[in-house]
Design a protein around this ligand. Structure first.
Ligand code: MGD
Ligand code: MGD
Ligand code: SF4
Ligand code: MO
Length: 764
């Protein structure tokens, strides 16, 4: 009852919020607010009385979700960031990290000037140089690499929202297929590959759960609440308030488990067994959507045969759940079909068999008839927007990642102009696969299959995001050129030959954010203030480098405005028109099956959702998901699990003053009984040591009943070693440094990171 009442309250609130928001948005551009008496008397006037307010539109870069924001600054100082009411992701609201953007920009630890290395790599000794010198130096090194080893010998890693300029535009124009994003093989590539194999569409940047009409939500690990993507939090709260059923499968009692009707504390690594048993119940009890299955799927009989033996009784001892729990939850899910979905999740590189696990979740969604149905999974559509005209790229294809649009990636593996394929083993190993960033590191050391000699690291936290840090350091020592483009002195920056400091998202124009969505849309970024210190925007750096390495024909625009206005012309708009209409352009989508008027929206060979995958069978993989046990922790060790904290993003915000104040140090979650058996209790300081002897710490114990006794849990991003990060340095423990190994997913090239084990030690 309480939840039903909340629904009404929230609906009413949203309605009035929108109306009030429109008025507020109009009021955001006061022509010239008079200074009040306090300000004139040099008193402490509130910021909005200190001078003319400049209002600019932007999309948040505090995490890869990119909510639309409205930024207000006075006299060249950013004062406030609000959610843009017109933006489909923020809808006028922001998470704590989005609000914390001001503090990110004004972090005094920021990189302030271009630098060239003077000491040994890793020592962090540099001299400040002019932009001219830094760019000339970098370009001459890149030209030498190209002449000596070919353009493929330059790898480009990129994340954060300026990634496009380097990982996509520069890399493709220059002619290297070795461009990669951590948001692909270290995050969501199994999810995308499984979706394309199973129903012929990518999931895309914004998971297309049709929240407004959803009746049952199942979460496999996805920890909404710790994962504080703004829109997902809003949508989840609304669905929950409306009374939607929630099933959470997580070895840890996560924030969202606390809101669940059913919490299944599964033994880590056994989710595929649970998914097979759920399919068994749905099929044997006749709970699937028979009409939908007949019309839109292929291979149902094969699937029915396949799962016949995977009963709840079979799965119970494997998953450490009861057969009754498994059966009950399958029935709950099916009772709401087709308004019932297992959310695809996002960070899905877990155990190396991740594409098959993701396929199993999609098969259940298909049995329940969810794809293209109201309250199920809608179809995202990319907005229409033409590229800036440029000559054909030397390398086709995309490096994938969180921002990848569905259908954007081609089936062809990109080849370099000299006919060489990506060096990550894609052609030999992976069935499909967007670039596997971690697999590009071996060729830097071994020269096999061919040498990679140079690396541009744009907005990627190289030593905090990629497993097997000792190997990355070996590669950093072996390279001929390392360029770091960042805003903070992160650990890997000390290993660079050239450091190019970027202006933050609040200080620059950037590529348009064109989002595949229920309502496809385009958001803009413009500077709220001038770049602080001697920093420059990424687009400018990419262009200046491009002009110096013979790519003039790709960089014909002089200014960012010229580039953006040219693209916007293709949709009858311009920066000025976008500003006038609230910073976003919204187009019409085609979210449901009925929008296709009988044609199939599924781009598989059969044009149906494929329970049985011929493509997988032909490539020698299991055509239907099977459960493969994962290695057990050795005696005295726990499996190392990790996840998010609501006020931090990855390893990049721990030093942000405001966010650091909210949560400054991580703890290791240990089951209370297991902790006391090992002689530890809450607050004790311990070191963590993994199966290979790697250590991180000291870190405080959080002894709790909220986690199983075979695993421990860490918030990712702490335990940083860069002395330049004055607040984050040396605090807590790092999951990355304890992930000396990973399990490679043979289908997607994803790096499963939950295959590491740690023990607690009093000292090292
Ligand atoms: N605040 C905040 N929010 C973020 C981010 C951030 O940095 N900060 N990053 C964003 C990004 S890019 C991503 S990819 C997402 C990641 O967010 P999710 O996709 O939700 O991340 P996961 O790593 O899949 O989920 C972590 C949860 O999985 C549970 N888990 C561990 N092992 C298992 C297992 O074997 N089985 C099951 N069923 N559960 C398991 C853990 O206990 C934990 O609760 O978050 C996004 N949102
Ligand atoms: N151990 C472990 N590894 C993980 C994960 C995990 O949970 N645990 N999560 C995985 C996932 S889901 C993802 S998506 C990836 C994320 O991987 P990354 O994107 O590498 O993670 P961040 O720590 O956010 O690093 C962002 C980097 O960009 C810099 N930066 C911030 N703003 C700007 C800017 O405006 N311009 C430039 N040039 N640089 C900027 C930051 O200082 C930082 O160095 O990590 C993956 N790796
Ligand atoms: S979820 Fe939060 S941090 Fe991420 S883009 Fe939105 S407001 Fe920014
Ligand atoms: Mo991610």
């Amino acid at each position: 009852m309480a939840r039903a009442q909340l629904k009404i309250t929230r609906r009413t609130f949203l309605k009035s919020g929108t109306a009030a928001g429109t008025l507020a948005a109009v009021g955001l551009r006061p022509s010239n607010p008079a200074r009040n008496g306090l300000a004139l008397a040099n008193g402490t006037a509130p910021w909005y009385r200190r001078g003319e307010i400049k209002t600019t539109y932007n999309y948040c870069d505090m995490c890869p979700w990119r909510c639309g924001v409205v930024v207000q600054s006075v006299d060249g100082v950013v004062q406030k960031i609000d959610g843009n009411q017109a933006d489909p992701k923020s809808r006028g609201m922001l998470c704590a990290r989005g609000q914390g953007g001001v503090s990110f920009a004004y972090d005094p630890d920021r990189l302030q000037s271009p630098m060239i290395r003077t000491g040994e790599r890793g020592e962090g000794k540099f001299r400040e140089v002019t932009w001219e010198e830094a760019l000339d130096y970098t370009a001459s090194k890149i030209n030498t690499l190209k002449d000596t080893h070919g353009p493929e010998s330059l790898a480009v890693f990129g994340h954060t929202s300026g990634e496009f300029w380097f990982t996509d535009y520069f890399a493709q124009a220059f002619g290297t297929p070795n461009a990669a994003k951590p948001s692909s093989s270290l995050c969501l590539s199994p999810r995308e590959e499984a979706a394309i194999l199973t129903y012929g569409l990518g999931v895309g940047g914004h998971e297309p759960v049709d929240w407004d009409e959803l009746e049952c939500l199942t979460l496999i690990g996805s920890h909404i609440g710790e994962d504080t993507r703004n829109t997902v939090m809003q949508d989840f709260s609304a669905a929950w308030s409306r009374g939607a059923s929630v099933i959470v499968v997580d070895p840890r009692f996560s924030s969202v488990a606390a809101k669940a009707d059913h919490w299944l504390p599964i033994k880590p690594g056994t989710d595929t067994a649970l998914l097979l048993a759920w399919m068994n119940v749905i099929i044997t009890e006749g709970l699937s959507d028979a009409e939908y299955v007949a019309e839109w799927t292929e291979g149902f009989d094969a699937l029915a045969d396949h799962v016949a033996e995977f009963t709840p009784e079979w799965a119970a001892p494997i998953t450490d759940l009861s057969a009754d729990q498994i059966r009950t939850t399958a029935r709950v899910m099916a009772a709401s079909k087709p308004r019932s979905v297992i959310m695809p999740g996002r960070h899905v590189v877990w155990y190396g068999n991740d594409t098959q696990r993701m396929r199993a979740t999609y098969l259940i969604n298909a049995l329940l008839g969810a794809y293209g149905r109201h309250g199920g999974m809608y179809f995202s559509k990319s907005p229409y927007l033409e590229a800036y005209p440029h000559p054909p790229f030397a390398v086709a294809g995309s490096s994938g990642g969180c921002s990848a649009e569905p259908g954007e990636e081609s089936d062809e593996l990109p080849l370099g102009p000299t006919g060489k394929a990506r060096a990550d083993g894609a052609r030999d190993t992976f069935l499909r696969g967007s670039t596997a960033m971690q697999e590009l590191i071996d060729p830097m050391i071994s020269g096999d299959p061919y040498p990679i000699k140079g690396l541009i690291v744009y907005g990627t936290n190289l030593l905090n995001s990629v497993p097997n840090v000792p190997r990355t350091i070996e590669a950093l020592k072996a390279l001929d050129l390392v360029v770091a483009i960042d805003v903070l002195p992160q650990e890997h920056v000390a290993w660079a030959d050239v450091v190019l400091p970027e202006a933050t998202y609040l200080e620059r124009y950037d590529e348009l954010f064109a989002v595949a969505h229920k309502t496809p849309y385009i958001a803009m970024r413009e500077p709220a203030i001038e770049p602080l210190y001697d920093t420059k925007p990424g687009w400018w750096m990419a262009r200046e480098l491009g002009l110096r390495v013979g790519l003039d024909s790709f960089f014909r625009w002089e200014t960012a405005e010229e580039y953006l206005n040219t693209r916007l012309r293709s949709v009858g708009s311009s920066l000025e028109k976008m500003r006038d209409s609230g910073g976003v352009i919204i187009q019409a989508g085609k979210p449901y099956l009925e929008d296709f008027e009988g044609a199939s929206p599924f781009h598989t060979p059969s044009e149906k959702i494929e329970f049985y995958s011929e493509q997988l069978a032909e490539a020698g993989h299991d055509a239907m998901p099977v459960f493969e046990p994962v290695e057990e922790p050795p005696d005295g060790f726990f499996r190392l699990l990790y996840g998010r904290h609501p006020v931090h993003t990855f390893a990049k915000t721990q030093n942000t003053p405001l966010l650091n104040e909210l949560y400054s140090e991580n703890e290791v979650w240990v089951n209370e009984d297991a902790a006391s058996a090992a002689g530890f209790s809450s607050g004790d300081e311990v070191w963590l040591e993994n199966q290979d002897g790697a250590t991180s710490g000291p870190i405080k114990v959080k002894a709790t009943q909220r986690i199983r006794d075979d695993a421990v849990f860490l918030v990712h991003g702490f335990g940083q070693d860069s002395p330049g990060l004055t607040r984050a340095h040396g605090v807590g423990a790092s999951d990355t440094k304890l992930q000396t190994r990973y399990a490679l997913d043979p289908i997607s090239g994803g790096a499963g990171m939950r295959v590491n084990f740690v023990r607690l030690r009093k000292e090292v």
